[in-house]
Design a protein around this ligand. Structure first.
Ligand code: HEC
Ligand code: HEC
Length: 212
């Protein structure tokens, strides 16, 4: 029975993402072609908040260290287009050229990947992360974000690194997705995935991912 549910979860996750892949466009499946050396200089305007190597000190400012290049570039373009809203970041994206975005993304992606403090995992968060809850249509996180949240398919930027990210930032994203304040995931997959989860479950998930 468990096995059947498990297979069903995989199948469902795939079914949800297949149309997403085509909707996302062919460009999603390649690197940005950015230059990390040029990006290092251009990234100076970001480093006061995101840290020199992409490890920010503030819990509400996401780490970018080792985050996927295509994912970073996509977020910048979403902030620029207004399909992802944040007062500060919409403004930060505005003056950048396409080239700047690619170079800066390549710079942060080239840094050693973000890491949590490795403390004991939150058991509730771990269970949802690894198993989901198919009767509630909660797709299993690990199939898309990989073990320990270290991401999947680096070159596509589709399945970002979430392991080792700041807890407060993660929790804000989960809450934003659940209440449809953030709508930029392909086919609103994240919104659909989180709908049935309670505040306590989102908090447990953020806790679990942050220590990885
Ligand atoms: C004044 C502080 C500040 C500066 C400067 C800043 N950021 Fe941000 N950045 C933030 C905050 C806060 C968020 C979280 C926004 C949210 O919750 O949506 C963020 C989010 C992001 C994200 C989304 C990350 C994710 O995991 O989805 C990216 C990418 C990003 N910033 C890149 C940049 C780049 C590139 C620059 C420089 C051009 C920059 N930021 C400058 C504060 C800043
Ligand atoms: C079917 C694939 C899929 C599943 C299952 C999935 N995600 Fe995601 N997730 C994505 C994609 C794609 C994005 C990138 C959205 C974008 O492009 O802005 C994302 C984004 C996120 C982000 C935002 C990262 C950031 O840096 O802002 C978090 C946090 C997250 N997912 C957590 C989870 C959790 C927790 C679960 C399980 C309850 C989960 N995801 C299940 C595909 C998935």
């Amino acid at each position: 029975m468990t096995r059947i549910k498990h297979n069903m979860a995989v199948w469902l996750a795939m079914a949800v993402l297949l149309p997403a892949t085509s909707a996302f466009g062919a460009d999603a499946n390649k690197r940005t072609g950015g230059d990390p050396v040029a990006g290092k200089v251009k990234a100076q305007i970001c480093q006061g908040c995101h840290g020199v190597d992409g490890n920010s000190a503030n819990d509400l400012i996401p780490k970018l260290a080792g985050q996927y290049e295509v994912y970073i570039a996509k977020q910048m373009r979403n902030y620029l287009a207004g399909t992802r809203s944040h007062e500060l970041m919409n403004g930060m994206a505005a003056p950048l050229s396409d080239h700047d975005v690619d170079d800066i993304s390549a710079y942060f992606a080239a840094q050693p990947v973000m890491k949590g403090n490795g403390s004991a995992p939150n058991e509730t968060g771990k269970k949802i992360y690894l198993k989901g809850n198919i009767s509630e249509m909660v797709f299993t996180c690990v199939y898309c974000h990989g073990e320990g949240g270290k991401g999947l398919a680096r070159d596509t930027g589709m399945y970002p690194v979430v392991g080792g990210q700041h807890k407060a930032y993660l929790l804000k994203q989960l809450v934003d997705f659940r209440k449809d304040d953030r709508l930029n995931s392909p086919n609103v997959i994240m919104n659909r995935t989180l709908k049935a989860l309670s505040d306590a479950e989102l908090e447990a998930l953020a806790d679990y991912m942050s220590v990885q």
